[in-house]
Design a protein around this ligand. Structure first.
Ligand SMILES: Cc1cc2nc3c(=O)[nH]c(=O)nc-3n(C[C@H](O)[C@H](O)[C@H](O)COP(=O)(O)OP(=O)(O)OC[C@H]3O[C@@H](n4cnc5c(N)ncnc54)[C@H](O)[C@@H]3O)c2cc1C
Length: 478
């Protein structure tokens, strides 16, 4: 995995900046480096751009007063974005959060200037992804208690203008890769980087395989690792994320953790490898947020208006992962993910007592939960979990229904969030917090802003990858 420079007889090519992997982090790093005057070579293992970015729903989490936020009448500030990201994150890395927040408006403008289209429109409904091209949506826990008390809420999910639930990430990638080509970024496909070349503790190039041929590329200003996550590496998954065994892995086929291992071989360290985005969304339709989730003891455990990944993580953490969504006849609807995620309708019930017996919840526990919830909802209050009054409605119109959202019975999807520890400049850090000279990482192979489903917001991966990919390029050309 590591080769010393004297082992290399011939360099295939020599450039200023090498990017490993052509996803969102790689393309944004490549464009920024080229625009800054560096010669740039992207090495991509597949025959095209087929990583997770190209499959993404196309939300970019951006704020601070972007053109879309302003056009749609939402006030936001870098401080509010910083406060929010810090509030939702355990042990927040403030320097990275503050830099991201301060650069967020500029990143939005830059993406548009590179050809990524965003409509000036707002999508008010609680959904996982818009079906149409409307742009601005609430994609995190901004309005969810207690975070709404800790940071001024604003919608920050910016969907790329694209009609359809799938395809917006692909459009963004096509536009960015086309732009990169126009400004002179060189890309070689079917080239798998499998080693880093080091000299005196500095990364000065990479070794790669191209259909059995050995290639060596020298980089004068550094190497950016942008090769995606590790969800397709069973050994790494078993080591770091065993508690999520059974989650269907989303993402690129080359998410094998290979570039994380390359970074480690060079002395880099990892962070948050046990963090994962997991989801089995309870909404849309949004009326289901008015229902309640209970565990095997018949108790609520999370506010149901949380961002769907926070709710999903809370479900997994319940005893035996058991959770039921309870609705009354006024709130009943089939969840959109009902069939896809096997969120089965257990049955309809004339009484709560009947439901309680069928769910094997001890006598009276569900009835007590429902009675208390209904009494407080009627008063517009939820003292235990702080559900927003917009979603509070007594569930008192029988018959009632229960959906099974239990982990292991309902389907959960996910992707990894941990990776190489990086500085605010995307430098890979060693065990003493020292940057490894010449080595950068961004995107899903790096630990950026979100660490688990609690602090994730849809769009934070694409925006974080774009931001830290560009940070690496800035630093490399300085
Ligand atoms: C279905 C789906 C929807 C999503 N929707 C969103 C969303 O709307 N918003 C959001 O923020 N996030 C979303 N995500 C997450 C997000 O897409 C990813 O976290 C992000 O795209 C990762 O970008 P990346 O540049 O790190 O990696 P990728 O886009 O996966 O690119 C990595 C590239 O590196 C290449 N590669 C790997 N190893 C090597 C090697 N050794 N040598 C050369 N090349 C290599 C791969 O082939 C790949 O092309 C979604 C994910 C999925 C799966």
């Amino acid at each position: 995995m590591i080769q010393t420079v004297d082992a290399i007889e011939i360099w295939t090519a020599e450039v200023d900046f090498i990017v490993v992997g052509y996803g969102i982090a790689g393309v944004c790093g490549a464009i920024e480096a080229r625009a800054g005057g560096l010669s740039v070579l992207v090495l991509e293992r597949s025959s095209g751009c087929s990583g997770s970015s190209a499959m993404a729903s196309g939300h970019f989490y951006l704020g601070g007063g972007t053109a879309v936020q302003t056009a749609c009448g939402f006030a936001d500030s870098a401080q509010a974005l910083t406060d929010y990201l810090a509030a939702v994150t355990d042990a927040p890395e403030r320097d990275k959060i503050e830099a991201f927040a301060a650069g967020s408006v500029e990143l939005f403008d830059w993406l548009e200037a590179c050809g990524v289209p965003f409509d000036r429109s707002y999508f008010p409904t609680k959904a996982v992804i818009q079906e149409g091209r409307e742009c601005l949506i609430w994609t995190g826990n901004e309005r969810v208690w207690p975070f709404c008390d800790q940071a001024q809420p604003a919608p920050r999910g910016h969907k790329v203008a694209w009609d359809g639930k799938d395809g917006a990430g692909g459009l963004a990638m096509r536009r960015l890769v086309a732009h990169a080509g126009q400004i002179g970024v060189d890309a070689r496909y079917d080239v798998q980087v499998d080693s880093l070349v080091m000299q005196d503790g500095q990364v000065i190039g990479v070794g790669a395989n191209h259909f059995g041929e050995r290639l060596y590329f020298r980089a004068k200003h550094g190497v950016l690792l942008a090769g995606g996550g590790f969800g397709r590496n069973p050994a790494m998954m078993a080591r770091h994320l065993a508690r999520f065994a059974g989650v269907t892995i989303l993402g690129g086929e080359h998410d094998d953790g290979g570039v994380i291992q390359l970074g480690e071989a060079a002395g880099g360290t990892t962070a948050h490898m046990n963090g994962m985005l997991v989801t089995s969304p309870i909404y849309p339709p949004e009326q289901l947020v008015q229902g309640i989730l209970v565990n095997c003891a018949g108790r609520r455990f999370v506010t149901e208006d949380s961002y769907h990944t926070r709710t999903s993580l809370a479900i997994i953490e319940q005893p035996e992962g058991i959770a039921y969504l309870i609705v009354d006849s006024a709130t009943f609807a089939y969840p959109d993910w009902y069939q896809q995620a096997n969120q089965s309708l257990i049955d309809g019930f004339e009484t709560i007592a009947e439901m309680e017996a069928r769910l094997a919840i001890s006598d009276g526990a569900m009835q007590a939960t429902m009675a208390e919830y209904n009494r407080q909802a009627a008063a517009g209050e939820d003292p235990a979990f702080g559900k927003h009054p917009d979603w509070l409605k007594p569930l008192d119109e029988g018959p009632w229904a229960a959906f099974d959202f239990s982990f292991g019975r309902a389907g959960f999807n996910g992707f990894t969030l941990g990776g190489l520890r990086i500085s605010v400049h995307a430098e890979v850090l060693d065990g003493r917090d020292k940057p490894i000279p010449g080595l950068y990482a961004a995107g899903a192979c790096a630990s950026m802003l979100a660490h688990d489903a609690n602090n994730y917001a849809s769009g934070i991966s694409l925006a974080g990858g774009a931001f830290f990919g560009r940070q690496a390029a800035h630093h490399a050309r300085a």
